[in-house]
Ligand binder design. Structure first.
Ligand SMILES: [Zn+2]
Ligand SMILES: [Zn+2]
Length: 248
């Protein structure tokens, strides 16, 4: 017997959230238009580097000067936040279009496989409970689950919690973002710490800008003895200040 969701697809076929074409929540054409950051990227923060600033260690100027992620091994993103990525993320985040996550997650495999390579566990960046209640779900968790099932990795959405609601970061500078999210995350209980010790973790978020949220989320994992913590986001705005922000 066909699943209810496939019956509903026949009656109300999904439309692409970006171009309205009937058939999938994000169509193949829109998915193939989504592009990864232009190479070369900084080995640590994953930002595209201007060729003139490429150092011998392949670090961007910020990371070379100690202003990169402090608790993460590195950050990688699947796409640049532009074109079809924008309506897809907005639909996933603000319009309840949960199925967008399954369409987008396959694009997260390339940066994982080429740079992060291996992990024991995938953890979504949690929302504060008040926001989660308001939205009804955590878009980062939907992406994390879809990505992890493609990679056959376990997901733990219960070990990390957001202990402080933070203000939207869109209009904050990098230093302000860091202060805004510092100490915003903690392990949910002492048993969680045992689960983290010695493990290689991939933290998943939908959008990252400066990486300050991912880095703050990595801090308690590091403190609990994680062997490695990578940040993996679906998208990042271009460094010229596009408008995605780190709105949780
Ligand atoms: Zn489309
Ligand atoms: Zn960097």
């Amino acid at each position: 017997m066909p699943r209810l969701s496939s019956l509903l697809d026949v009656i109300f076929p999904p439309r692409c959230v970006a171009c309205q074409r009937v058939g999938a929540a994000v169509c193949a054409g829109c998915l193939s238009s989504m592009q990864p950051p232009v190479s070369p990227i900084c080995v640590r923060c994953g930002q595209t580097m201007h060729v003139t600033t490429v150092s011998a260690a392949s670090l961007c100027a910020a990371c070379a000067n100690g202003r990169g992620p402090k608790h993460l091994d590195g950050i990688r993103v699947a796409t640049v936040y532009t074109g079809a990525v924008r309506p897809a993320i907005l639909a996933l985040k603000f319009r309840g279009q949960r199925r967008v996550a399954e369409c987008l997650a396959p694009l997260m495999q390339a940066p994982f496989q080429s740079d992060i390579r291996t992990a024991d566990m995938v953890i979504p960046v949690p929302l504060h409970t008040s926001r989660r209640r308001e939205r009804g779900y955590n878009q980062a968790e939907l992406l994390a689950r879809a990505f992890a099932s493609l990679q056959d990795l376990p997901v733990r959405a219960d070990v990390l919690m957001r202990v402080r609601a933070t203000e939207a970061q869109t209009h904050l500078s990098q230093a302000e973002r860091r202060r805004n999210v510092a100490g915003a995350f903690a392990l949910s209980d002492p048993v969680a710490a045992k689960m983290i010790a010695g493990r290689r973790i991939v933290l998943v978020d939908d959008v990252t800008t400066t990486g300050s949220t991912l880095d703050a989320a990595a801090e308690p994992l590091r403190a609990a003895g994680a062997a490695s913590v990578w940040g993996l986001a679906f998208a990042r705005p271009l460094a010229d200040g596009s408008d995605a922000g780190d709105t949780p």
